[in-house]
Structures are given as structure tokens and as C-alpha cells.
Design a protein around this ligand. Structure first.
Ligand code: SF4
Length: 431
């Protein structure tokens, strides 16, 4: 039985460059070995055919899938990257070290970029010299080193995961001369509280359902695989990151630039590439070029009014905080200017829960007439706005605003059959 709610063809159609709004880097990781997923070659090929880049996080042991990918046209392979997890002790135990080497070399001869990586870990301390010698002999360079972390735990280096002191830990793993490790150590303890564009420049897409969140562990923003006729409504986290430390901070900040001005001049290529002893590189020219830019280079920052609106919206979602009197007045002004400019004076609100009430207060302050609320729990909801069932005909309004933004893609198609009014999400009331 397939793990996916939709056929691969449907997913690939939903992920066209036109619908997403540009070329993307899809970083595909399975919950388990990625290349064991039966549909992985079809998905990878489909995304590459669409014009995107694909990075596959895998352990480079599933030979038949690697051979299939290596047989793709050169124009596809130049946009493919393998992030290879090197499980040295496990491969040695299973006598698979040479299979691993053969597969890595197949990537190289096929023109597919790769980077070999180990996770710092006490279990392998006794084998580090052997691992280094093996890597130099077979890959022409040492693997990069990643520091594992728990985003919910603040503090310096992974103290809970190692018996080493901070100095010992640094000295041992810094011997790999990996910029990836050095940067993580420098950045490990820095909480990121900038306006975060995760949810727009980056995001986590669950291929099994199409649900999209800004970062793993954050709330659903939309669904990519529903309502294919509509554009995707992205939504950034703003200042409401729920984690004490940035999730995969180096990756998202340096590859994507989710905090636009953070560490200019640092690019992802230095965390992935290696110069080999034979003068070759792990990255291909096209992937090195892709890793030499940030998503933020291709997007304008939000206008101050939009940033303010999104920030307060996300603050309500993540912290439950209502706007102060001053903030309410400013929000109302932003929303009034936006809706009035489009000629929207009479509105209905779909979804009269917490966010619906938040919106109703702003619209009321803005002087926009709320003709009705629409909610499945209409009989239980009391307030100044009349609330009706979704099955009741919608009275004449200029706009229906969906407060339940994460479900917009399954609510909007049914609303379109009931009204000619414009249908907006609560996320798009500030331009
Ligand atoms: S974990 Fe990092 S990228 Fe994700 S929302 Fe927080 S600051 Fe943004």
C-alpha cells in the first residue's frame, strides 16, 4: 500500500514551477532510509523534469535506486545532490563498506553532486583514525561533521549527548576541518529572533498528505496537493518562532536566508563541498552555483505594514496574544486601506473560532461591515455577529475571509460553489 494520499503524477503537477512561484530545492528525507521508498525515483525524476533541484538525504546503500538515478539524462543529474550519511561502524559490521564506496564512485562518474557526512557521536570515537584513513583513501577527503541537536533544548554544544567536555568535544571533531562543524559550533547557542521567512523561503512539505509547515514542529500553513487551481498561500513565522534555538539554523539561514540579513557572505556550498586529493570536487559546478545563493536574493522583503500584520497574526496563533489598543488601531488601518482599495466593504467570515474573533475585532475597528459569520458550530457561537451554517446560502457580500487559513485549500473550493464573492485568506489582508 502506498504511503501517499495522492498519485505521484498529481504531486508533481501540484509542484510545478508556476504554481510554487519559482525553482526550488527539494530536500527529500524519508522517515527511515529515503531511497527505500518505492516511489523515490519517480518523485525525483518528476521534480527534476519540472525544473527543480533535488537533494536526497540517504545512506548510499540502495544500489539499484542509485543506478536508476545515475541513468537519468545529464540535464536532470546536474540538478541532483546526494547528502550521504556515512555510518562507518554499521557498514563495517555488515561488510558493506566497499558497496558504499562503489555507490559513491558511481555518483561521481555519473556527474551527480554529493557530500559525505557523519554525525558527531561518542560511539565512534575509538574508530576515528580508521574512518579518516578510509575516507582519504576512498573519497579523497574527510567527511563533513554535523552536530546533532534537540531544538527544544537551549544551550551550548550537545551536552546531553556526549560525555566529552566542551573543549574535548571541539578538539576531537574540529580535527575533520569541516566548515559545517565549525559553523554549527559558532552558531549553536545563538537564538534567532529576527523576522523569520520560514514558511515562504523554506518549508516542510509532507509528501504523504501535502500538508506544509514553516519548520518541523510548527503548525500547518496550507496543503499543496489540494485546490490545484489556486496559487499557494505561503505564510512566514515572523517573530513567533516557538523554539529556543533555530531548527537547522545553519541550513535555513545560510541556504535560504530566512532571516534576511544574517551572516552575509556565508553560503551553503562551503558546508557541503570538499576538494579531493586528485583535484576533483564533491559538488558539480551546477550544484556549487545553486549553493552559492540564498532564497532571500530572489524575494523582496515584506513592506512594513505587511510585516506588522503577519507578526501580530502569528503572535496570536503561537502565543495567543491579542493586540494592544495601539496595535489594534494600526491593524485596522492596514486592513481598511487594503480592503477599501479593492472595493470590499461587506464581508463574511468563514470560521468563527479564536482567529475568526480576532479578525472580527479588526474588521469592526476598521469599519468593514461583517454581514455574517459561517461556522459548523454556528448554534453554539454567541456574539454580535450573526453566525450561520456553511450549508445556508451566503448573503450578498464583497468578500468572504477564511480565518481557518490552514484549511483554506479544502474550504475555498466549496465556497466558490456558493458565492460569487472574492474569497480571501486571513493571511492576505495586508497586501
Ligand atoms: S526554527 Fe529557525 S527557521 Fe524555523 S521558524 Fe524558528 S527561526 Fe525560523
Amino acid at each position: 500500500m502506498s504511503l501517499f494520499c495522492h498519485p505521484v503524477e498529481h504531486m508533481i503537477k501540484a509542484l510545478s514551477i508556476e504554481r510554487i512561484g519559482g525553482v526550488c530545492m527539494f530536500n527529500i528525507s524519508g522517515s527511515g532510509e529515503t531511497l527505500l521508498c518505492p516511489e523515490i525515483v519517480e518523485i525525483t525524476e518528476g521534480l527534476l523534469r519540472n525544473g527543480h533541484y533535488v537533494a536526497l538525504i540517504n545512506n548510499c546503500t540502495v544500489t539499484n535506486r542509485i543506478q536508476q538515478l545515475a541513468a537519468m539524462p545529464a540535464s536532470y543529474k546536474e540538478r541532483l545532490f546526494f547528502k550521504v550519511s556515512f555510518h562507518y561502524r554499521e557498514l563495517r559490521k555488515r561488510k558493506m563498506l566497499m558497496d558504499f564506496v562503489i555507490n559513491v564512485n558511481l555518483l561521481k562518474t555519473a556527474g551527480i553532486a554529493y557530500s559525505i557526512e557523519i554525525v558527531s557521536n561518542d560511539c565512534i570515537l575509538d574508530d576515528l583514525d580508521e574512518l579518516k584513513e578510509f575516507s582519504m583513501r576512498n573519497f579523497g577527503a574527510l567527511p563533513h561533521v554535523l552536530t546533532g541537536r534537540d531544538e527544544y533544548v537551549a544551550g551550548t554544544y550537545p551536552r546531553s549527548k556526549t560525555k566529552l567536555t566542551h573543549d574535548e568535544y571541539n578538539a576531537i571533531w574540529a580535527s575533520f576541518d569541516s566548515d559545517l562543524f565549525a559553523y554549527q559550533q559558532r552558531d549553536y547557542d545563538i537564538p534567532h529572533r529576527e523576522f523569520c521567512y520560514a514558511g515562504v523561503y523554506t518549508g516542510t512539505l509532507l509528501l504523504s498528505t501535502g500538508d506544509f509547515t514553516p519548520c518541523p514542529g510548527t503548525r500547518k500553513v496550507t496543503n499543496f496537493f489540494e485546490d490545484l487551481e489556486s496559487r499557494i498561500r505561503f505564510l512566514p513565522m515572523g517573530h513567533s518562532c516557538p523554539f529556543p534555538n533555530c531548527y537547522c539554523g545553519f541550513f535555513l539561514h545560510v541556504l535560504a536566508g530566512v532571516a534576511r540579513d544574517y551572516d552575509p557572505g556565508v553560503y551553503f556550498r562551503q558546508f557541503r563541498d570538499r576538494l579531493c586529493t586528485d583535484g576533483s570536487y564533491w559538488l558539480t559546478p551546477s550544484i556549487r552555483e545553486a549553493f552559492s545563493h540564498r532564497c532571500s536574493e530572489y524575494h523582496e522583503p515584506y513592506a512594513p505594514a505587511k510585516e506588522f500584520y503577519i507578526n501580530l497574526l502569528m503572535r496570536k496563533v503561537y502565543k495567543g496574544t491579542d493586540p494592544s489598543g495601539e496595535e489594534s488601531a494600526k491593524l485596522a488601518l492596514i486592513v481598511r486601506e487594503n480592503l477599501s482599495a479593492k472595493g470590499y466593504r461587506k464581508a463574511a467570515i468563514y470560521g468563527m473560532g479564536v482567529m475568526g474573533q480576532w479578525l472580527a475585532n479588526i474588521l469592526t475597528t476598521a469599519g468593514i461591515e461583517i454581514v455574517c459569520g459561517i461556522d459548523r458550530r454556528f448554534a453554539e457561537i454567541k456574539g454580535t455577529v450573526p453566525v450561520q451554517s456553511p450549508d445556508t446560502p451566503i448573503p450578498p457580500v464583497d468578500v468572504v475571509i477564511v480565518s481557518v487559513y490552514a484549511e483554506f485549500t479544502n474550504i475555498a473550493p466549496s465556497l466558490r460553489t456558493k458565492t460569487d464573492a472574492v474569497i480571501l485568506s486571513i493571511t492576505e489582508l495586508a497586501g
